[in-house]
Design a protein around this ligand. Sequence first.
Ligand SMILES: [Zn+2]
Ligand SMILES: [Zn+2]
Length: 495
Amino acid sequence: MRFTPNMTPYLNGFPPESLQISSIDTIPEPPLNENYPFNKELQQVLYGKQILLENLLNPLNEIHQHFENGYISYRKGITKTKVKTVCARCGNKERSLFASFPCARCGEKECTYCRKCIMMGRVSECTPLFSWCGPEPVHERKEHPLVWAGTLSPGQQVASDQVKQAVIENKELLVWAVCGAGKTEVLFEGINAALAFGKRVCIATPRTDVVLELGPRLKAVFPGIQVAVLYGGSEDRHTQAPLTIATTHQLLRFYKAFDTVILDEVDAFPYTADESLQYAVRQSRKETSSMIYLTATPSQNWQNECHSGKRNFVTIPARYHRHPLPVPSFKWCGNWENSLKKDKLPSAVSQWIKKRLDNQKQCLLFFPKIDKMEKVLTILRKTYPKIQAVHAEDPDRKDKVQMMRNKEIPMLLTTTILERGVTFPNIDVAVLGAEDRIFTESALVQIAGRVGRSAQFPSGDITFFHYGKTGSMVKAQKQIIKMNTEAKKKGLIDY
Ligand SMILES: [Zn+2]
Ligand SMILES: [Zn+2]
C-alpha cells in the first residue's frame, strides 16, 4: 500500500509521487463529520484496537471514507529515523529484531519490518495501523452488575475500598497482597463501580492458566455482563465486551481501549522479561484511565518506591483465615551436588523427607535444575516408588498436579514451574539448593506462600536447604516476617 501526498491510498498501480506511510511527514487527522453515516460494524471491529488491513473485511475505499470523515485513524506501523527504527504495535526498538525484504505490497526492494510481532501479521514500513477515532460504541449499562454473596476480610476491605477509589479517580494503585490473601475478591467492588459508570475494564495477566481460572469466576459474579476471555488460540477475538480478561500478549491487539486496566502478577514471567508486554499494557489504556497492579511479590525497585512514598500502594498483610504466614527456616546442607554425584542426598534433606512421608504428610520439594531433580527422583524412588517429578515441558504436568491433589502421590519434586498458582491444602515445602540464582526473593516468597493456605490447615513447614545463604533468601524471610508484624499490629491475625 502507498499513499499520494494528499493521502489517497493505492494497493497497486502506484503513482510515481506515492510514498510508504512511514515516509509521510505528518499524517492528517481530518475533523469528525457528525453527519457521516458511519458503518457500525467497522466501529465494533476497530474501536480500541490496532488492526492491519488484511484483518479487515471492508473494501479500502470504505475504510478511507471513514478516515476522511474523521472516524478512522492511520498510524505508521514502523517509524524510522536516522538513529532508530521503532515498531508502533509492539514497541520493539532493537535493531536485530528488524529485517528487510523485497515487498510486493509497496513495490520497494527493501521494506523494513518488525520480526518481534510478526506472528500477528507483518508490520512493515508500508503498513498502516487502523484504529477507530469516532464515537465509542454504546453498550448497555447496569447500575449494580455485581452479584456476590461473599464477605471480605478486614484486610481485603481496606484494599477493596482503595481499588474502588482508584478506579473512580483514574489513579494508579499497587495492591501488595500476601500469597493466599484472596486478591480476586478485592477487585469486585472496583470493577462493579467501573461497569456502573459505563467504563471498559480489562484484567490482564502474563499467564494463560490464570486467564482460564479468572474467566468463569468473573462471569459468575457479573452474570449480566458480557465477558471476553482472550488468550493465544481463544475465539473471542473481536468482541467489544465491557469486561475483558486477557493475557498480556493479547493486549498487543488493543489501542486506547480501556478505562481501567488491572494487571495481575506484575512480577511474573514473561511480563517482567519482555518489554513489549509492558508496552502493550501502556498502549491498551485510554489517556485518562486507572491502573491497578496486583502482586504478592513486588520487585525491589517497586518496594523502594512504596517505602519512599513514590508509589501509591495498599497492603493486605494477612490471609483471610487470620493465621500468620509460615516463616521459612534455613538449613545448611553442604555441597549437595557433590553428594548427588555419589548417589546420596544430604542427610538433613533425607531426614526432612523421611519425617514427612512416615507421617503421611504430603510435601513439595523445589529444585533449581531439572537434571538434579531427576537424579534425586531416582534416589528417592528406591525407597518411595510413588514419588513423581514435574517441570515446564512435562506433558503430564497437569495430571501429576491433579494426582497430588487427590493424594495419590505422597510427594512431588518440581522446578520453579509450581512456584505460583497451585494450591494443595495440607503440605510442607522445601527447596534444595536455595542459593541458586533462579531463586530470587520473589520466587522464594511465592514458594513459601504455598504452605498453610487453607483455613483447615493454616500452618506448615517451609525449609530452604542451601550451600551458602544468599541475599535473596534473607530478604524473602524478612519480607514474610514484616508482613506478619504488620498484620499483627493491624489486628488482622489472631494467633
Ligand atoms: Zn512489532
Ligand atoms: Zn512494503
